[in-house]
Design a protein around this ligand. Structure first.
Ligand code: C2O
Ligand code: CU
Length: 467
C-alpha cells in the first residue's frame, strides 16, 4: 500500500520536474540583463558575406562632419503636459511639436531640452538618413536626455521630402502621448506650387490632423494643384483618399518616377510612413476619420474599395546599384510563439525563430550591397522600419516590382507576405531595425543592423529604454 503510494508520489514529482525543468530553463534564458549593449545582442548573422575585422569606431564619433554655422536652428523643449484630453507630452507646449522646415543641403541644428519628462527623452529623425550619432535612439546612439538636461542634434538634410521626428525613449508610450512633429525638407530650388501638411495622430483614440480633431481647411483657388504631405504617426496603417483624380508624388520622402493619375483608389500609408499627394482644388483628402479640405470642397467621400499598389505605380528608373551583385543576403522572418520574454510568459514575436533578445544581429561592412527578405507568418501586420537607410522594394511574394523604384523606410508587411528589399550599406553605425507598431517593438520585435567594428558606449536598460 505505502509502497504504491510512494511510487505514485515519485512518478508525480518526476513528471513535475520533466515539465518544469525546461520551463525554468526557457524562463531563465529569456531574462534580459539589467543593462546591455545593443551590439552584443543575439548572434551575428553575416548574410553569407565575409567576416571582416572592420575599423573600430565608436557610435559617438559618427557625427555630421560638416562644420559651419547651421542654416536652421530650433530649440524644442519637451514637457510632460496635458493636452488633447490626455496626460501626454508637448514640445514647446504643443503637440504635434513645431514643424521643422529646411531646404535640401542645409545644416539643421536642433537643441532638445527636457524640462519635465520623468523618463527622459530623445529625438529620432524618422526617414532622414542622418549619421549614427544623430539618430536619437536611447541606449544605442545616445543616452536619454534627463530632466533638466539638453542634447544638440546636427545633421545635413541631403534629400528633399516629408519626414517626421519623435522620441525614441519609451517610444511606445511617448510617441502615442504626442512627443512628435513634422520635418519638411524642401527642394534646393524651391518649387513654386502650393503645399499643405496633413500629419495624422490619434490622442487617446481621437484622430487629429495637424493637432485638430476636426477637418482642416487650406485655401486654394479652383484648379490649383496642392502638394499634400500626409504623415502617419500612428501604430496602424492609414488609408487616405482624395476626392477626384490625384497623383502620388512621393513615398517616404522619395519621389515617384512618372506617377500616373489615380482614380477611385485609396493609398495605404504604413505606420511611420509618408505620402505626398498632388490634388487639384477643390478636393477633400480623407484621412479615415478626419480630412484636409483643399479649397471649397464640400461633402465627404466614401472610401474606394480598391487600393493603389506601389509595386506597379509609376515607371522604372535606375536605382544606382545592382542588387544582383549583393554581397550579403539576410532573412528577417517574423513569427510568434508562446514562451518567455524578460521572464514574462506570453505569446511573443520571433525573428528567424528566436525571441528577443536572442535575435540575429545583421552584420555588414561599408559598401556592401544587401538584399533582405522580410517574411511574416506571425498572424499580425508589421510596419518594418530600418534606421539610417532607405531600402528599395524588389519583389513582393516573388512578384517583381515593375513601377517606379519604390524606396521606403516604413514598409507594411502583412501576414503571409514576403518582401525582398535591397540597399547599399553606406552609413556606418548600429541601426535599429524594428516594427513601427511600437507596442510590438517593446514586445521584442526589434533587432539591429550593425557595421563591423562599430561599438557604442551606451547601454540599454537602467535609464535607456528605446522602445
Ligand atoms: Cu520612427 Cu525607430 O522609429
Ligand atoms: Cu509589428
Amino acid at each position: 500500500m505505502t509502497l504504491v503510494r510512494h511510487r505514485r508520489a515519485l512518478v508525480a514529482s518526476v513528471a513535475t520536474l520533466v515539465v518544469l525543468a525546461p520551463l525554468v530553463w526557457f524562463w531563465q534564458a529569456s531574462l534580459i540583463p539589467g543593462s546591455y549593449q545593443a551590439s552584443s545582442l543575439g548572434y551575428h548573422d553575416y548574410g553569407g558575406g565575409p567576416r571582416l575585422p572592420g575599423t573600430t569606431r565608436s557610435v559617438a564619433s559618427l557625427t555630421e562632419q560638416v562644420h559651419r554655422t547651421p542654416d536652421v536652428r530650433v530649440t524644442l523643449t519637451a514637457r510632460r503636459e496635458r493636452g488633447h484630453g490626455i496626460d501626454g507630452y508637448t514640445l514647446n507646449h504643443r503637440s504635434p511639436g513645431p514643424t521643422i522646415r529646411a531646404r535640401q543641403g542645409q545644416l539643421v541644428e536642433v537643441r532638445l531640452v527636457n524640462a519635465s519628462v520623468p523618463d527622459g527623452v530623445t529625438l529620432h529623425w524618422h526617414g532622414v538618413d542622418v549619421p549614427n550619432a544623430e539618430d536619437g535612439v536611447a541606449g544605442v546612439t545616445q543616452d536619454a536626455v534627463r530632466r533638466g538636461h539638453d542634447f544638440t542634434y546636427r545633421f545635413v538634410v541631403r534629400h528633399a521630402g516629408t519626414y517626421w521626428y519623435h522620441s525614441h525613449q519609451v517610444s511606445h508610450e511617448q510617441v502615442a502621448g504626442g512627443l512628435l512633429g513634422a520635418l519638411v525638407v524642401e527642394p534646393a530650388v524651391a518649387s513654386p506650387g502650393r503645399e499643405a501638411l496633413a500629419l495624422v495622430h490619434d490622442y487617446g483614440g481621437r484622430r487629429t490632423v495637424d493637432g485638430a480633431a476636426a477637418d482642416r481647411r487650406v485655401d486654394a483657388p479652383a484648379g490649383a494643384h496642392v502638394r499634400v504631405r500626409v504623415v502617419n504617426t500612428n501604430n496602424g496603417q492609414l488609408a487616405t483618399w482624395p476626392t477626384g483624380p490625384y497623383r502620388v508624388l512621393a513615398v517616404d520622402g522619395h519621389d515617384v518616377h512618372e506617377p500616373g493619375v489615380v482614380r477611385d483608389r485609396s493609398v495605404i500609408v504604413a505606420a511611420g510612413g509618408r505620402v505626398d499627394l498632388d490634388v487639384t482644388a477643390p478636393a477633400r483628402v480623407e484621412l479615415s476619420g478626419v480630412a484636409l479640405v483643399v479649397g471649397s470642397a464640400t461633402g465627404d467621400a466614401r472610401r474606394p474599395t480598391r487600393t493603389l499598389d506601389l509595386l506597379r505605380y509609376g515607371t522604372p528608373a535606375p536605382i544606382g546599384f545592382d542588387p544582383a551583385t549583393a554581397t550579403r543576403h539576410f532573412t528577417y522572418s517574423i513569427g510568434r510563439r508562446p514562451g518567455f520574454l524578460g521572464g514574462r510568459p506570453g505569446l511573443w514575436w520571433t525573428i528567424n525563430g528566436h525571441p528577443y533578445p536572442d535575435v540575429p544581429m545583421f552584420t555588414v561592412d561599408t559598401g556592401d550591397v544587401v538584399v533582405m527578405r522580410i517574411d511574416n507568418h506571425s498572424g499580425s501586420v508589421h510596419p518594418m522600419h530600418l534606421h539610417g537607410h532607405h531600402v528599395v522594394v524588389l519583389r513582393r511574394n516573388d512578384i517583381r516590382a515593375t513601377g517606379s523604384p519604390w524606396w521606403t523606410d516604413s514598409l507594411t508587411v502583412a501576414n503571409n507576405d514576403t518582401y525582398d528589399v535591397a540597399f547599399v550599406a553606406d552609413n556606418p553605425g548600429v541601426w535599429i531595425d524594428h516594427c513601427h507598431n511600437l507596442p510590438h517593438a517593446s514586445d521584442g520585435l526589434v533587432t539591429h543592423l550593425m557595421y563591423e567594428g562599430v561599438t557604442e558606449p551606451y547601454r540599454i536598460g537602467s535609464r535607456n529604454h528605446p522602445e
